[in-house]
Design a protein around this ligand. Structure first.
Ligand code: FAD
Length: 532
């Protein structure tokens, strides 16, 4: 018989609140951010030698942050319709902080443009003072090094227009997934959203984007139909498959290397029925649960998506008593279809081992974020990720070893291990191969994270070493760019021929290298006009 507990507030408690953060970290106040329940997983990075691409990997290449020549920035503050926040402003620390509070980014200024005219002014000031420009709408994918950069926050670009007939959403580059999904609620249409409602649509799709619906409709970058941006010369461009197919290919996964995106048009897909939610199991059953999910996903229809993993819950009152301080295994399910159609697909998982809680139910797209119920409050974390291809000894043995590695890493402070079943449209090239982030030929995406507190500082090797060792010989070496972490460049996501192609687009669009993406092309060789 199934024992059920209410897990509603279990996983929010994982995330350190103000007062438990590392010294120096602060919680930025971001008015207007939507609030959802929190539960979650984390992502992170694997190590690999970098290939060689010679665009700036950091902001400060053109001029040191100590440069006395900040006159244009001073003028910019006076002429902008929006606002320029400088180091002497009261809200400097909250303006510059990214979502991950363990990353201390120090740009020369933070700009809140009111519209495209402000973007032109920002670019002119950057050129005049010798600064570079980085765009960061919501701060979930920071690079860490913003010295010498003007950081642009696009919150004013908040347009959402749903064209039901053409199945296209026109979305401003400041719009979060939570806002777009709320607008889609009741329409019977879905977009290729990820698991977190606080992430921006632009940051997600421009960086590739793994979605609950990616097995069904592909990596989210593929859903970009048109991009409107302000280019390095301050001019507006509308990029489509007709106007500039090579730039569109690059923008579909190449992130913020080519311009300041103001608006995107993305595909919507008909999905009249959605079913899903979280199923919680005892940690002791993790090997069985993981093996069962792998067996189901080996020949599941692409409409079914399952994330699964292990979580160490804190011993605090907010966690239901039976689970306090315990480790749980869980599977998060999203199915495009009815409960009746999902039932036979999930039956082997539910029968494989006793279930602590089964929260699966029909839902509408506006409630998608509740499936994973990830944190929306900023937190201090370290992260690690790898794309898994296969296990020499079979799925059950390999995933079982990974579950044991999580236990081994627990004393060092690992908080969550999340696995996402890939395959389906993610492994297919797509009819037109029109996205640099078009395809990932791996079976699972593994992500692990550790929440940092003053008592628990970061030691990535102790936390993630056991997981990395358990996956030796089983990983692809490349991953979806939105899963890269601070310090990683696009050589961890794309093969050399794609990087060379991206470098060519970069040379054409931004020969001076004014735009710095959070995930640069990589250090080194190819011919460039950059001044680094
Ligand atoms: C809790 C959590 C859950 C996540 N879940 C998922 C998930 O399910 N699937 C997934 O694929 N990823 C996921 N991510 C990763 C996330 O999608 C990426 O980090 C994404 O880039 C974040 O976008 P952002 O705007 O919120 O972050 P930011 O750090 O603000 O932006 C990221 C980068 O995108 C580029 N960019 C964004 N907007 C523009 C623009 N207007 N013009 C030019 N460049 C721009 C820039 O290079 C920028 O540095 C998650 C991250 C977190 C923290």
């Amino acid at each position: 018989m199934r024992r059920r507990v209410t897990t509603g507030c279990v996983l929010p408690c994982l995330y350190p609140k103000r007062g438990t953060l590392p010294p120096g970290a602060s919680v930025p106040s971001t008015p207007g951010r939507p609030r959802f329940q929190s539960r979650g997983w984390l992502r992170g990075g694997i190590g690999r030698d970098s290939a060689v691409y010679a665009f700036p990997t950091r902001c400060g290449g053109m001029m040191t942050p100590e440069s006395p020549s900040d006159r244009a920035l001073t003028d910019l503050a006076e002429t902008m319709d929006g606002r320029l926040v400088r180091a002497y402003d009261d809200d400097w620390d909250s303006a510059r902080a990214p979502w991950n509070l363990a990353i201390d980014q120090r740009p020369v200024a933070v700009a809140y443009p009111a519209g495209p005219e402000d973007l032109r002014r920002i670019l002119a000031a950057a050129r005049a003072d010798g600064h570079r420009v980085v765009v960061q709408p919501r701060g979930h994918g920071p690079s860490g090094d913003l010295a010498g950069c003007i950081l642009v926050r696009t919150s004013a670009f908040d347009e959402i227009v749903i064209d039901q007939k053409r199945r296209v959403a026109r979305v401003g580059s400041g719009v979060s997934w939570g806002a777009l999904l709320s607008r889609l609620d009741g329409s019977g249409l879905v977009a290729l959203a990820g698991s977190n409602p606080d992430v921006s649509v632009a940051g997600h799709v421009l960086g590739g984007g793994h979605s609950w619906f990616s097995r069904w409709r592909g990596i989210a970058a593929r859903s970009i139909r048109a991009v409107e941006l302000v280019d390095a010369g301050g001019e507006p461009r509308r990029v489509t498959a007709d106007s500039d197919p090579e730039l569109l290919w690059a923008l579909r996964g190449g992130g913020g290397l080519f311009g300041i995106v103001t608006t995107l048009e993305i595909d919507l897909y008909a999905a009249p029925d959605l079913f899903g939610g979280t199923i919680v199991f005892p940690a002791s059953a993790a090997g069985t649960v993981f093996g069962s999910v792998a067996a189901i996903m080996a020949d599941a229809p692409p409409e079914l998506s399952i994330f699964f993993g292990l979580t160490n819950l804190p011993d605090i009152v907010q966690v239901p008593a039976p689970l306090r301080g315990q480790t749980i295994a869980s599977a998060e399910v999203v199915f495009v279809g009815t409960a009746e159609d999902a039932a036979p697909l999930l039956a082997p998982l539910l029968a494989s081992t006793p279930v602590l809680a089964d929260e699966t139910r029909p839902f509408t797209i506006g409630h998608l974020a509740e499936v994973a119920a990830e944190p929306t409050e900023p937190a201090a974390t370290i992260e690690w990720t790898a794309a898994i291809t296969s296990f020499a000894g079979g799925d059950e043995a390999g995933l079982g070893a990974l579950a044991r590695a999580f236990q081994e890493a627990t004393p060092a402070g690992v908080t969550v291990l999340g696995l996402r079943a890939l395959g389906g449209a993610i492994a297919e090239q797509g009819a037109d191969a029109a996205a640099v982030a078009g395809r990932l030929d791996a079976r699972f995406l593994a992500c692990a994270g550790s929440f940092l507190t003053e008592q628990r500082p970061a030691d990535p090797e102790a936390v993630f070493g056991p997981l990395r060792r358990a996956l030796e010989g089983s990983t692809l070496g490349l991953t979806v760019p939105t899963f890269l972490t601070a310090g990683q460049d696009l050589t961890f996501s794309f093969p050399p021929e794609s990087l060379e192609r991206l470098a060519n687009v970069k040379r054409r669009l931004d020969p001076g290298g004014i735009f710095v993406g959070n995930r640069p092309l990589g250090p080194g060789a190819a011919a460039t006009t950059d001044t680094d």
